[in-house]
Write a protein that binds this ligand. Structure first.
Ligand SMILES: Nc1nc2c(ncn2[C@@H]2O[C@H](COP(=O)(O)OP(=O)(O)O)[C@@H](O)[C@H]2O)c(=O)[nH]1
Ligand SMILES: [Mg+2]
Ligand SMILES: [Zn+2]
Length: 292
């Protein structure tokens, strides 16, 4: 039988199968001998030892499409980067840093601005505008009022999605809603859910719909980018590529070069200033770390 590892505790792996049953499995000694550790997210073939007790053995780990380090999860299809529109104020540099990291891993990214109940529509629009021409889908939600949750949930169907973002922005609250079957567009969210009690320690995949899994991450404290090449960074600001053909110099890094298509696009308002600022700040940071 084929299934997906959703949780690992003390040498046991919990494998979620199409039947919707979860089997408690051990990994065969051969994995340990070959130094292969099953990961959350792995698609595996299991042999059932006891159908009644739901016990099994992991026989085969199917090839992984990718692997994240924090949290350690494999076969991620996409990431939702969650920021609050307020409380805490969005830190766009940090948001762009998340996007860079995810682009670098070749994973699709979605942006979600939560807590829209705190601001009025105009203020929210001004925030979204910064990502308008980036090619990223931007979702707006309020996990307190239930707004936008259903739209977001539909974007997660048939995929394994990691939720990332700073702590306190509402990741766990959103995930709690995504897992409850009827999301209330009108705002009656139970106390327990609304308060976001759930704290995140171990990575665990949660199946909320057929073939649809989500995983929460503890708030990231730091996001190292120092392994990225200075000349490579621009590749991870996807929207720059459209304007690069208008740069006079081949291999233009869009910094001090004259006749730069990207800088012109920023001036014309086609590339968001805050995105370009993030780019320059990250370049400075890369140069500083190289110097040290
Ligand atoms: N006003 C408002 N507060 C929210 C919303 N979503 C979450 N919160 C609150 O923000 C705090 C942090 O939420 P939590 O889900 O734990 O954030 P996490 O650290 O990203 O997982 C909690 O006090 C939540 O009640 C929202 O949409 N609107
Ligand atoms: Mg949380
Ligand atoms: Zn340029």
């Amino acid at each position: 039988m084929i299934g997906k590892i959703i949780k690992g505790i003390g040498g046991f792996y919990y494998v979620h199968c199409h039947s919707n049953d979860i089997y408690e499995c051990k990994a065969k000694g051969i994995f340990r001998k070959n130094n292969i550790k099953p990961l959350i997210g792995d698609n595996v073939e299991i042999a059932i030892l006891d159908e009644g007790e739901k016990l099994g053995n992991i026989d085969v780990i199917l090839p992984r499409s990718n692997q994240l380090v924090r949290p350690t999860v494999s076969n991620i299809d996409q990431a939702v980067i969650v920021f609050a529109v307020s409380r805490p104020e969005p830190n766009y540099n940090l948001l762009d840093r998340f996007l860079v990291m995810i682009e670098e891993k070749g994973i699709e990214a979605i942006i979600c601005f939560n807590k829209i109940d705190i601001l009025d529509q105009e203020q929210v629009d001004a925030i979204i505008a910064k990502y308008e021409n980036t090619g990223y889908h931007v979702y707006t939600t309020s996990s307190i009022e239930g707004h936008g949750i259903e739209n977001l949930r539909e974007a997660l169907y048939n995929k394994t999605t990691v939720f990332a973002g700073p702590s306190g922005v509402g990741k766990s609250s959103i995930l709690n809603l995504i897992q409850t079957d009827q999301v209330l567009e009108t705002g009656i969210v139970s106390e327990k859910i609304g308060r976001g009690k759930h704290t995140t320690r171990h990575a665990e995949l949660m199946c909320f719909h057929e073939d649809s899994y989500v995983v929460d991450t503890p708030g990231f404290s730091s996001l190292g980018i120092e392994h990225i090449d200075e000349a490579e960074l621009k590749l991870y600001f996807k929207e720059f590529a459209v304007y690069e053909p208008y740069c006079k110099f081949k291999g233009c890094n869009h910094l001090n070069e004259p006749k730069c298509g990207v800088k012109e696009a920023v001036q014309d308002g086609d590339i968001s200033e805050s995105r370009y600022e993030s780019y320059k700040q990250l370049i400075d940071e890369l140069r500083d770390t190289r110097r040290w």
